[in-house]
Write a protein of this length. Structure first.
Length: 436
């Protein structure tokens, strides 16, 4: 009897796992780099200089008839301190209750002490006429644990797939196909991230932070209250909260469209603070070619930030040739405060052996409105596959800033890690990547 029950349980388990599965996956990447500019040097380490460190949980269920349901929960990792998620794409926590500040002034008279106050907005405290000031306090941020993805998908062969929740932007997802250096650093990935970030674009021309213009905050934190659309939350517009649809693949072609929630509150103006994107991808044998566009609106629902990219990759024996172009165009208030930008990236990859791969990349990020502002990057990167899951890489890059530009060569190197205006920078990087 016991054997029969065990056999029955095993059969039930086998049937259940045939219908659905849950997988834990991840990518761990830590690099160390040393950069030297014309007037100083730095040495640091990060978790996305080579590729992004993350972990996730995904699952799939076969609903029958070719219909499948799936989910994906994905979180960034910072290996140096063990943190997960990202406070920069989290939600600000605020308290609406007022706190009271007492400021003691002149001595109170006997009459004022008897009355208990010295006039409007004051009380008597310690025989002093004390002013009362009320302030609203704001405290802390709530990090998005699954800041890179938290979504549910329904897919059916011949009909395509619908995905809802936090997910990849269609423009950003397409741009990742055309990395000309094989790393996040030194080339296309770094340049498009800088050109698409509303707080980093200004580093090209010594300009303002566009996140302050009409709520155009695609890489800022989203407040927990008010009419702010979650569609605009994500580093450089890489992720959004909303809905997407991808067609089936027809003769190598696939089209995708993605859109944030169109109106998050009654108090919100139309399609304010939202993001939409589209992509058309072609893949057939050695050729991959793509077009993608991303549009962001400001607080007045005016189209203010648009990016359009084209990319092509061709594999020819041991060689891989890559080209990418991305145009950042501003409109409305953003056009009056910022500058348009263009990225052009060229790359040649060569497979030295089944384990060794060499990439050479040249990238230009230039100010469309002022040709004096320009950033160029030349890099050589070698990668050695220690196994199917573990890779060691090493690279060297030389960047040059002209005019008011002050970009660095290492991916996600913002703020204090940027070189001084108009200087050149030489960087050496090495790291280990392990996928599971």
């Amino acid at each position: 009897m016991k054997k029969s029950l065990v056999a029955l349980a095993a059969l039930a388990a086998t049937t259940a796992f045939a219908q659905s599965s849950v997988t834990l996956y991840g990518n761990l990447d830590q690099s160390v780099f040393r950069s030297k500019a014309d007037s100083g040097w730095l040495m640091s380490s990060n978790s996305n200089g080579g590729s992004t460190s993350l972990w996730g949980i995904t699952g799939t269920e076969d609903l029958g008839g070719g219909l499948k349901a799936s989910f994906d929960l994905k979180s960034e990792l910072t290996l140096l301190n063990g943190s997960t998620g990202s406070a920069s794409t989290g939600f600000a926590l605020s308290t609406n209750s007022a706190s009271t500040t007492l400021t003691a002034g002149a001595d109170a008279s006997a009459a004022q002490i008897a009355a208990g106050n010295c006039g409007a907005g004051t009380i008597v405290s310690g025989a002093k006429c004390t002013t009362i000031a009320n302030t609203t306090t704001t405290s802390g941020t709530n990090a998005n644990v699954f800041n890179r993805g938290a979504n549910i998908t329904l897919a059916k062969a011949g009909l395509g797939e619908v995905k809802i929740g936090r997910q990849n932007d269609a423009w950003w997802e397409t741009s990742t196909k055309f990395n000309n250096t094989g790393l996040n650093s030194f080339g296309w990935a770094n340049a498009t991230a800088m050109a698409s970030g509303t707080s980093s674009l200004g580093l090209l021309y010594g300009g303002t932070n566009l996140t302050s213009i009409g709520g155009l905050g695609a890489n800022s934190a989203a407040p927990s209250t008010g009419a702010t659309n979650t569609g605009s939350v994500g580093t450089g517009g890489a992720f959004f909260g909303g809905l997407s649809y991808a067609t089936p693949v027809f003769n190598g072609f696939q089209f995708k469209m993605a859109k944030g929630a169109p109106k998050a509150a009654y108090t919100q103006t139309g399609d304010a603070n939202n993001i939409s994107s589209y992509s058309l991808n072609y893949s057939n044998g050695p050729l991959t070619a793509s077009w993608a566009q991303q549009n962001r609106t400001d607080a007045n629902a005016v189209a203010a930030f648009k990016q359009t990219m084209v990319g092509i990759k061709y594999v020819m024996g041991q060689y891989t040739l890559t080209y990418g172009n991305n145009a950042t165009r501003l409109a409305g208030t953003a056009a009056a405060e910022g500058h348009n930008a263009d990225v052009n990236a060229y790359g040649v990859g060569y497979a030295l052996s089944p384990a060794w791969n060499l990439d050479v990349g040249y990238t230009v990020l230039k100010d469309k409105d002022n040709s004096a502002n320009k950033w160029t990057q030349t890099a050589v990167v070698g990668k050695y596959a220690l196994s199917k899951r573990t890779t060691w890489y090493v690279g060297a890059g030389r960047s040059a800033n002209a005019g008011s530009s002050r970009f660095g060569g290492v991916y996600a190197g913002n703020g204090n890690s940027q070189p001084p205006v108009g200087t050149s920078e030489t960087t050496i990087i090495t790291g280990i990547k392990h996928a599971f």
